[in-house]
Structure formats: structure tokens, C-alpha cells
Design a protein around this ligand. Structure first.
Ligand code: GAR
Length: 229
């Protein structure tokens, strides 16, 4: 049973997709705590479904180090093996990241290394990118970098606005983050400070629950061999 924390700052739809997938597909995983750095809709969603929650606000601490120490203490006290960032909109320090080396993962709404940071959908439109998408990657001390775990892409359409594109990417997000959790739970995916390793990427997609498999089969571009078989 994988025990993990989810860190959020806002709407909480990715946290919800993880919690739903655990229930719907009987994934051997448990969200042991949802931590937010502000009062937000996502924390209410987590409470509503009975998940332990903590709101740990930066303004209540003198320094970023003290704030992060409180977050780390909450993660440790809930005995989490992994930390899933799911719309956690604060930059974590190198000290924080390094103490959880190989254990923190993030979902980002672009095909990294393209469009790190914010406003990814508008920037993809402005730059007339042919494709856009979502990346799940290991978190290192450098923003939106770190070894890739999974990526899914979609084509931009001439009619796309930032909102329409965000909505289509979000649908992919809600499949790919549970897919990564499924991989960890099935021990097909190993994370370590050295990086991410899928052991049999083709079979994990074949074995995945149908909605995940069907939506990712055509657009998963990493792990590369998963989409070819
Ligand atoms: C998601 O689109 C996620 O990829 C993005 O914030 C949104 C959170 O939505 N994360 C980042 O931009 C991190 N750099 P949610 O609160 O509904 O999951």
C-alpha cells in the first residue's frame, strides 16, 4: 500500500482525480494527508471526502524555511512514501526538495521542457505550438525540471483559446496522474534520486483500467514504448 501526501493550492481537481482513481480502480494506495498553503476549494473537497487535511499558510511563519519545516513535519507525521504536487503554486526550496529526493512528483500543464512556469496554455497558443499537453516529472531543486515520468500530448486547434486548451489538457491530467500512481502501486514504476524507471511500460498501459488506457493510448508520448504497443 502506497501512502502519499497531496500538496495543493487551489481547485483540487487533480487531487480529486487521484482519490477517485484509488476508489474506482482499487489502486493499492492511500492519500494520507492533503496539505494546502492557503484556504482553497480543494481543501474543502478533500474534507468532504473524509481525507485528513492541513492548511499550512506561509503568512503564519517568519521564514520560508520555517513554513517548509511545518509542511515536512506534516508529511513525516502521516508516514508518506511519496508527495504528489497537484497544483501546488509555491516554489519549494532546494533544502525541502532534497530531503525528499526521489519522492516528490509534480504535474505540469505543458510538454516540458516547453513552457515552464505559468500561463502555459496562452503561451502555447501565442507561439503557435503544434502540440501541447501535460508532463508528470520528478521534482528537483530547479523549477519544472527533473526526470520525466510520463507525458501526454494533444494537437492545438485553430479555434483554441487558453480556456478551451486548459480544459482539454486538464482531461489528460486527470488520466495521467492516476496512471502514474497506478504504475507505482503495481511496482511497474520505480522512483529514486537517480530518476524514474518504468519496468515494462507497454504492459502497464495494456493493464491499466479501461478509461485510463483508452484516453492515454493515443497520446502518451512518455514512456515512449508504452504508446507503440
Ligand atoms: C493544473 O492544471 C496543474 O497542472 C497546474 O495547476 C492546475 C491545478 O489544478 N499546475 C501547475 O501549473 C504547476 N506548475 P487543480 O487544482 O484543479 O488540480
Amino acid at each position: 500500500m502506497i501512502r502519499f501526501a497531496v500538496l495543493i493550492s487551489g481547485r483540487g481537481s487533480n487531487m480529486t482525480s487521484l482519490a477517485d482513481a484509488i476508489e474506482d480502480y482499487s489502486i493499492a494506495a492511500k492519500i494520507t494527508v492533503v496539505i494546502s498553503n492557503k484556504c482553497c476549494a480543494g481543501i474543502n473537497l478533500a474534507k468532504d471526502r473524509g481525507l485528513p487535511t492541513r492548511v499550512i499558510q506561509r503568512k503564519n511563519f517568519d521564514t520560508q524555511a520555517a513554513h517548509e519545516a511545518a509542511i515536512a513535519a506534516a508529511i513525516h507525521s502521516h508516514r508518506c512514501e511519496y508527495v504528489f504536487l497537484a497544483g501546488y503554486m509555491a516554489i519549494l526550496s532546494g533544502d525541502f526538495v532534497n530531503q525528499f529526493a526521489g519522492q516528490i512528483i509534480n504535474i505540469h500543464p505543458s510538454l516540458l521542457p516547453a513552457f515552464k512556469g505559468l500561463n502555459t496554455h496562452q503561451r502555447a497558443i501565442d507561439e503557435k505550438a503544434a502540440t501541447h499537453g501535460v508532463s508528470v516529472h520528478m521534482v528537483t531543486a530547479t523549477l519544472d525540471e527533473g526526470p520525466m515520468i510520463a507525458q501526454a500530448s494533444l494537437p492545438l486547434m485553430a479555434s483554441d483559446t487558453a480556456n478551451s486548451l486548459a480544459a482539454r489538457v486538464l482531461q489528460l491530467e486527470h488520466q495521467i496522474y492516476p496512471f502514474v500512481l497506478f504504475g507505482l502501486a503495481k511496482k511497474n514504476l520505480s522512483l529514486s534520486p537517480e530518476g524514474a524507471r518504468w519496468h515494462t511500460p507497454s504492459s502497464i498501459l495494456a493493464d491499466a483500467p479501461a478509461p485510463m488506457r483508452d484516453s492515454l493510448a493515443r497520446c502518451l508520448i512518455w514512456p515512449a514504448s508504452a504508446s507503440k504497443e
